[in-house]
Design a protein around this ligand. Structure first.
Ligand SMILES: Nc1ncnc2c1ncn2[C@@H]1O[C@H](COP(=O)(O)OP(=O)(O)O)[C@@H](O)[C@H]1O
Ligand SMILES: CC(=O)N[C@@H](CCC(=O)OP(=O)(O)O)C(=O)O
Length: 294
């Protein structure tokens, strides 16, 4: 008993320091919108999803206004494999036939959105799933080796209607939204979730965009992982993007566009670290890679 109390007393200065370190960040972000993108690769275990939901509930309850935009690429791939439907990526984007689109829509908007909302709601009436309708998109193609390749129902966001999101925020809850968009005819488009989160952060005038993924951040020397970039400005990032690979291309483009669109900072952080969002927001050093204006 005596040993236990002594150990607790030793912890007191550490605990106090951790709590008080958050004060300037509470002042900075209180009342501000922070868009948080939860990537499918960061949803690797129930424990991590629960820690994510705790962080979102925490932010909400201390007066920050989190908005969750999620992906689910690996989960879509797993479902397609179960159904025996082939799928491939070109330039970081999934080739999306109408059949693939139907599966992506079901996994993202019906399954993952609801799962995340339910986990956040374990802490109170704190979340709401947004119906599709926020993002309007246009079909995009990719250029590979100088040739234009049609990749099906893949879209770029061209307009964001934030009204439903603002209503949810005004009700004190956290919107949870998938990246599915619709074209002018109302047909669904598969939008990369990083790009959707970025467009939303700009439209909402968010104070920060945080992107959770399955690496510590952006490495200059990928795949050696010896040189993690802690901070990079938009000019340097613009020069670096053409040399990046696969999923990092849409991810870093999304961060660049967010900051160029007026979001003060965009951070790529490791979603495999439990409570990485709280560490990023409420500690001086943060974690991962931060993109800032030049
Ligand atoms: N320079 C780089 N730094 C870090 N990761 C990189 C880099 N280049 C490519 N990657 C890859 O990008 C992946 C993240 O993109 P992606 O798989 O689309 O993630 P998410 O599902 O979180 O959106 C990493 O797991 C890593 O394999
Ligand atoms: C066009 C395109 O590639 N769309 C993505 C949408 C989901 C997504 O972006 O999920 P992550 O954030 O987990 O990667 C896909 O179909 O996988």
């Amino acid at each position: 008993m005596g040993v236990f109390r002594e150990a607790q007393e030793l912890d007191v200065p550490v605990k106090t320091a951790v709590l008080i370190e958050s004060l300037p960040w509470l002042k900075r972000f209180h009342g501000q919108i922070v868009v948080i993108k939860f990537g499918g690769n960061a949803m690797v275990s129930d424990e991590l999803k629960r820690a994510f939901a705790e962080d979102i509930a925490y932010l909400n309850l201390v007066g920050v206004k989190p908005v969750v935009v999620h992906g689910g690429g690996p989960q879509i791939s797993a479902r397609l494999a179960e159904l025996g439907i082939e799928s491939e990526f070109v330039g970081g984007y999934r080739v999306t036939t109408p059949e693939v689109m139907a599966v992506a829509k079901q996994v993202l908007s019906e399954q993952i959105s609801v799962d995340l909302k339910d986990l956040i709601e374990e802490h109170g009436d704190l979340a709401a799933v947004l119906e599709e309708g926020t993002f309007t998109g246009v079909k995009r193609g990719v250029v590979v080796g100088g040739e234009f390749v049609d990749i099906g129902r893949v879209g770029d966001v061209v307009a964001v209607d934030p009204s439903a999101i603002l209503d949810v925020i005004a009700s004190g809850r956290t919107p949870v939204i998938s990246s599915v968009a619709h074209d002018a005819e109302g047909e669904p488009l598969n939008v990369n979730a990083d790009a959707a989160a970025s467009a939303l952060a700009v439209s909402l005038g968010a104070a920060k965009l945080i992107v959770l993924t399955d690496v510590a951040g952006l490495y200059r020397d990928w795949p050696n992982r010896e040189s993690l970039i802690s901070i990079i400005d938009t000019v340097e990032l613009t020069e670096l993007i053409p040399s990046l690979e696969s999923g990092m291309i849409p991810k870093m483009t999304a961060c660049l566009e967010a900051v160029n669109g007026g979001v003060a900072k965009a951070a790529i952080i490791d979603g495999r670290t439990p409570h990485s969002i709280l560490l990023e927001i409420f500690t001086h050093s943060g974690i991962g890679t931060e993109v800032v204006p030049a």
